[in-house]
Write a protein that binds this ligand. Sequence first.
Ligand code: IDP
Ligand code: MG
Length: 152
Amino acid sequence: MATERTYIMVKPDGVERGLVGEIIKRFENKGYQLLALQMIKPTKELLEEHYTDLKEKPFFPGLIKYMSAGPVVGMVWIGKDIVKVGRRLLGETNPLASNPGTIRGDFGIDVGRNLCHGSDSPDNAEREISLWFPNGVVQWDPTENNMTQKDL
Ligand code: IDP
Ligand code: MG
């Protein structure tokens, strides 16, 4: 099982509904490690590049409009098998097909308002991380500083 990075993003509907903390909590509770976090109002050009594989789809113009309607919260997470398991935490693309216990299953209804994004392969994850965080992201070891000690 490889340690991988993935790009997770709370979409404009997720931000508007106040689900940023809830979505972060699920990845933290699982035990994954946060490497980067930003709120950004993406340009159409950035979104078109992010979703370049979908540009022939009939829903593409609506997708770009939806995604540029408000700020998004983009994150990089790292951990074992996180690309696949991260998508399991998100649920199916269609929230109505998503199991309860998943983010889309618990909070969504429409495929065009499905709250969150997760990379679909390790290669795409690295592509998306470079796209959204062109200045790079930190590396840190969550055990190195022993921040939980009580005798301070
Ligand atoms: P994913 O987000 O689960 O990886 P993709 O197939 O990569 O799903 O599609 C990207 C996004 O495009 C979806 O999350 C959703 O917001 C939107 N989308 C996908 N299929 C449809 C559709 O049939 N109608 C409207 N929007 C769609
Ligand atoms: Mg996808």
